[in-house]
Design a protein around this ligand. Structure first.
Ligand SMILES: *Cc1c(COP(=O)(O)O)cnc(C)c1O
Length: 243
């Protein structure tokens, strides 16, 4: 079912206010932090409604749902141009599909995927923006996976992305461990991000924070927060694996 426009507008404003307050409290410029609307499981009507309210960046965690929604939304005559992101685990054989739609990939977590994305990006003649995902620990998600590379592997993975002609390293991404204080985990992430940035000055982004922990992420330096339920309301129960 579609969320009401009033509800979406209220939620979008509320999320923005939470981010702005956390940024100011941390002595940061709120304009440094963008909202990425995680629209997984939501109908395209919700995306259209949020886009009409000015939201331009959307994320999905499954390639099939991503490409389906991109095609659906692209069919709108005169609709606003949206920027799409993939925040879920990516199989190498789906690299081409992601590159063709020009999505930003937040989940680069192993070397073979780096090579596959580079090949696909060159083939699509479209540079691909990528985050290296860091595993911050904690229990695995419902699908048995957690996603992300061990922190020790991250600098080498970032080097590999940065070396590829078809890829642009935007920065690091992580999900905080569930059922634990996110602050120390985000602090470790920020430290790692600073190390990577020292070698790759162009990697200025930090993708961290979700509905429940976006303040802690903004305090630690997030530039992109990935928000689902705080915008769209609780996800409809499904058998799909989730984080
Ligand atoms: C679903 C998801 C989010 C959004 O989670 P909410 O708690 O609904 O805000 C953020 N990041 C990733 C990787 C996700 O899969």
């Amino acid at each position: 079912m579609m969320a009401s426009v009033d509800r979406l507008q209220h939620n979008l404003r509320n999320v923005r206010e939470r981010i702005d307050a956390a940024a100011r409290a941390a002595g940061r410029d709120p304009a440094e932090v963008r909202v990425l609307a995680v629209s997984k499981t939501r109908p395209a009507a919700d995306i259209r409604a949020l886009a009409a309210l000015g939201q331009r960046e959307f994320a999905e965690n499954r390639v099939q749902e991503l490409t389906g929604k991109v095609a659906d939304l692209a069919a709108d005559p005169g609709g606003p141009e949206l920027r799409w992101h993939l925040v879920g685990q990516l199989q190498r054989n789906k690299a081409g599909a992601v590159c063709r739609i020009g999505a930003v990939v937040h989940s680069v977590d192993r070397l073979p995927l780096v090579a596959a994305l580079d090949r696909a990006a060159q083939q699509a003649q479209r540079p691909l923006d990528a985050f290296v995902q860091v595993d911050l620990g904690g229990p695995p998600g419902r699908d048995g996976t957690r996603g992300g590379a061990p922190p020790d592997d991250v600098p080498a993975l970032a080097d590999a992305v940065a070396e590829m002609a078809g890829l642009r390293l935007l920065g690091l991404m992580a999900v905080a461990p569930r059922n634990a204080d996110p602050a120390p985990a985000f602090a470790r992430l920020a430290e790692l991000a600073a190390r990577v940035r020292a070698d790759h000055p162009g990697s200025r982004e930090l993708s961290a924070g979700m509905s429940a922990d976006l303040e802690a992420a903004v305090t630690a330096g997030a530039t992109v927060v990935r928000v689902g339920t705080a915008l769209f309301g609780p996800r409809v129960l499904s058998s799909e694996p989730d984080v």
